[in-house]
Design a protein around this ligand. Structure first.
Ligand code: SAM
Length: 246
């Protein structure tokens, strides 16, 4: 009998932010292929008897190519195993889960998507930044900081009146800010960078498009971090002010 692949989101790092469905399939899995998970959520791997295979990145290079991971998922399922593919956040938000289900579908393998809490929304929230607010921009755009092929229309993005959330953006933060300013975004637009959200080491850098690069450098901020560009960052400031006055 054929097995099945569960494409599972591990959330932004805290163990109790895993969904109940995720926890159940992890506990019942025969084999788990997992990425380098951020935070204490990795402890969940101690709660399963499944075979554990780490397929994450190390120091900038992939331990496994995506094609190899796809093949392993399909072959394990064909061998009758219950396979969990565990990824940080939500598997379909800059997580290559889409490529995996395309491959599995072509191979005729049954799969199930188990959503995770995405860092794109939850990490700003952990810093007191609601991703939308009625008094702020009426749209949210999620972008990857690794926009290798130059397909992003910076001119449109800068003019969109949207909150911009950048994942994997730290190494390109200078270019991102420069592109937005050069395309007409106000240099005084608030920007927050949230490093290691939901961990005991969480740090927030508060600035503007004009000065955030300098601040991030002087504080030695390192990945993983989420960048938020837009007036919603002001909500975090207001809350901090109110709290300091109480
Ligand atoms: C390869 S992307 C995967 C995103 C994931 N699928 C999600 O939905 O959150 C990895 C990026 O997510 C962001 N990220 C994930 N967890 C984070 C956390 N706990 N704190 C800050 N950034 C985080 C960072 O921008 C990091 O570079």
């Amino acid at each position: 009998m054929r097995g099945k692949v569960f494409i599972v989101g591990a959330g932004p790092g805290k163990k109790d932010l895993l969904t109940i469905r995720a926890l159940n399939v992890i506990k019942e899995a025969d084999v788990i292929l997992y990425d380098d998970l951020i935070g204490e959520v990795v402890e969940v791997l101690n709660e399963t008897k499944a075979e554990l295979i780490s397929v994450g990145k190390r120091k900038g290079f992939h331990k496994f190519e995506q094609e190899e991971i796809n093949r392993m998922l399909a072959d394990l399922a064909k061998a009758g195993k219950k396979v969990v593919r565990l990824k940080g956040g939500d598997p379909f938000v800059f997580g290559r889960g889409g490529e995996e289900i395309e491959f599995l579908a072509k191979e005729g393998i049954e799969f199930e998507y188990v959503p995770g809490v995405t860092s794109a929304i939850a990490v700003p929230g952990a810093a007191g930044i609601p991703i939308t607010h009625r008094n702020c921009d009426p749209a949210v755009v999620f972008i990857t900081g690794h926009e290798a092929k130059g397909r992003l229309n910076w001119s449109a993005l800068a003019k969109l009146n949207a909150t911009i959330v950048v994942l994997m953006g730290l190494s390109n933060i200078e270019k991102i800010c420069k592109n937005l300013i050069e395309n007409g975004k106000d240099p005084e637009t608030p920007v927050a960078v949230i490093e290691r959200g939901f961990s005991k080491d969480q740090r927030v850098v508060d600035g503007t498009l004009r000065d955030i690069v300098e601040k991030v450098r002087s504080m030695n901020v390192s990945p993983p971090a989420v960048i938020v560009v837009g007036n919603v960052v002001d909500i975090m400031r207001t809350i901090a002010k109110v709290r300091s006055e109480n």
